[in-house]
Design a protein around this ligand. Sequence first.
Ligand code: 2P0
Length: 321
Amino acid sequence: MAKKLTARAGANIALVKYWGKRDAALNLPAAGSLSITLSGLETVTTIERAPGLQVDEFRLDGTPQDAAPVGRILDLIGSQDRVRCRIDSRNNFPTGAGLASSASGYAALVVVADALFERGLERRELSQIARRGSGSAARSLYGGFCRLHAGRSDQGEDCYAEGLYDPDHWPLEVVVAITDRGPKAVSSRDGMNRTMRTSPYYPAWVETVDADLAEAEAAVARRDFDMLAEVAESSALKMHASALAARPGLLYWNPATVACIQAVGRLRGQGTGVFFTMDAGPQVKAVCLPGHAEKVAAHLAEVPGVSRVIRTGLGPAAGLL
Ligand code: 2P0
């Protein structure tokens, strides 16, 4: 029995967004989502058995944090009376700025806990447990292209992530334009709860997701970039529209976010294979056809307010190191 194990997981970016829940306690999403898992932005998590501890200890990027949320996930994989643990998690990208650190974080956590507690759970089950920590985390269990099924059952047995294609099916590239390094003002969880409670556009948003999923999945299957660009940009803008219409409204963008969106539009108009998406933060993610990322990165780096661009590609499933 290992004393200490380490796993890594890549961040993911949804092309058809998740925004809203059908059950807050079980963290069941109101609709499905479709994502790409990234290679360059990752969390590496080590768990060490620590029988001498009374409570779990959790450090994120070296800083002690409340261990209760990760402890609850370990309880689901081990048991309530499992050994206490020391959990050390590191991101190689800014935490809490709309780059889905909770997704790679919980995905790495469940992979390493499954191995440490010798459970041998199926990926599908691990995706369901990761979802309890963070909805988007279910998708980081898989590499390449992934779909999270919302399901209908009360207990969420039919809510799970499924790998669609490995990265080599269509090795898209991604440029992340960092427009603000600080943590976001309103977390995804609070933002989507407020949208659900107060936005008159929330029901309309949820109603459109299934059609977007079907279209995006077909576009990925056929490697139809224009089709994927159209549905992904629409999904992102609809998600933000529902959030903007909450009370008080949720505006995650800054002027550089808008400037990047416009720059991406100009590039595509000139024949570059690129489309944008944004999450619950001000960064812009530009998804590029293979071979187009260099030009896109050079353009976005020149947009006023962009402090840095990160170039990455599609990455593998979460796994032990
Ligand atoms: C997504 N986001 O599909 C969407 C788009 C942000 C915007 O999933 O409450 O941290 O922990 O389930 O997973 C971020 O939300 O939310 C997210 P919880 P999570 O990527």
